[in-house]
Design a protein around this ligand. Structure first.
Ligand SMILES: Cc1cc2nc3c(=O)[nH]c(=O)nc-3n(C[C@H](O)[C@H](O)[C@H](O)COP(=O)(O)O)c2cc1C
Length: 177
């Protein structure tokens, strides 16, 4: 099985990328393509630029999704919404194929420094990603990242770890059926 993984962030110290990498440890036997949104740097979307053509990175993003079997991602929350970096990739890609996520099963996560764990961006994505072809199978939000996650050992809050492990197991069972 091919897994496409990404964090909705371009930060070199992205906590969402850390969460994605932690979950990927449960999928070591699979083929993993962990992409970095920094490799999909494009001008800020505009309908005027679009008339001149699409950046090749937008095609590359869609191709990476096309080539995978499942998606594991974690979204950064900026001002209660997507990071500008993710939204830009999403906007460009959606103009080529509105079904950006191409009906792939998705494990959707978010984490933030705050107590809501990126719950706002999670609610938006959970509500609207299906309109863009996401088949969301499980969701997980980790609040107060630095209180509940250790960069060496991963999620350290026992209840949250239990919840995450159970969701990972459910996701595995769903996608292997
Ligand atoms: C411009 C900006 C806006 C932010 N807005 C929110 C927010 O609305 N909610 C939240 O929980 N954290 C917010 N944060 C803090 C992020 O949770 C924090 O920067 C986190 O590290 C982002 O994830 P990342 O490390 O994967 O990029 C914001 C950070 C920035 C830079």
């Amino acid at each position: 099985m091919k897994i496409l993984a990404f964090a909705g962030s371009t930060s070199s110290t992205s906590i969402n990328r850390e969460l994605v990498k932690f979950v990927l440890k449960d999928f070591q036997e699979e083929e993993i393509n962990l992409i970095d949104l920094n490799d999909f740097d494009m001008p800020v979307f505009s309908v005027d630029l679009e008339k001149k053509g699409f950046p090749e990175e937008a095609h590359h993003f869609l191709k990476a999704i096309e080539e995978c079997d499942v998606i594991i991602c974690s979204l950064a929350e900026h001002n209660r919404s997507y990071s500008a970096a993710f939204k830009n990739v999403f906007d460009w890609a959606s103009r080529i194929n509105v079904k950006v996520f191409q009906d792939k099963p998705m494990f959707l996560m978010s984490t933030s420094l705050g107590g809501y764990g990126g719950g706002n961006v999670m609610n938006t994505a959970k509500t609207f990603f299906p309109n863009f072809g996401a088949d969301i199978k499980e969701t997980f939000s980790l609040p107060k990242f630095y209180e509940n996650f250790d960069l060496e050992s991963g999620v350290i809050n026992p209840e949250m770890l239990k919840e995450l492990n159970s969701k990972v197991e459910n996701f595995k069972n769903t996608i292997r059926k």
